[in-house]
Design a protein around this ligand. Sequence first.
Ligand code: BEZ
Length: 228
Amino acid sequence: MDTLVENTISHLPRIGDKAPSFKAVTTQGDITFPQDYEGKWVILFSHPADFTPVCTTEFMTFAKMESEFNALNCDLVGLSIDGLYSHIAWLRTIKEKIEFRDMKNIEVKFPLIEDITMEIAQKYGMIQPGESSTKAVRAVFFVDPKGIIRAMIYYPLSLGRNFDELKRALVAMQTADKHGIATPADWRPGEDVIVSPAGSCNTAKERLETEDMKCSDWFFCTKSLPLN
Ligand code: BEZ
């Protein structure tokens, strides 16, 4: 088998696809994904292994921020190819023993999926053999309230994720949906957004008159959003 074929995963989910569905056992009971999360955003993310340091810092950070994600109508669901009893023991150890930055006594309340068979990890392209064939990479899938994959980010094993960026991406997508706009580089809530180019000069003129936009050229218009 040549390397290309060997490294090719049969079908990776793509942005705009329906999130592949599965049933799973988690630290918070059984779930059916994405059906159980209909009407909410959900971030499904994988980590390489329980009882590893980078993953531990990620879980503590995500657990600390969980209420911020919940306030944005977004649930968190973790996954690794470890078993349930490993997950339970690791999360207990985190709570009882681990201190990191200003965090200690951190309880992970969101579900952590056991996936010993790697069936779910394979469905989501989380096993990337060039990086590891026995551990999931650090994948992050943003699934919207209709069960559609809206964004995905993959990180290698050695790179801990930036959870402020995950929150920023979620808020940006929700803002784009709500207002029909796009967000520029490094956008933060409260900053001006991008208005998509008008189809014709007439529409552009009409829009300039009716919308409070700033245009540097026909293709580059920004506007502020009402504060809510
Ligand atoms: C970690 O989480 O520390 C880790 C896991 C797998 C490989 C390298 C680091």
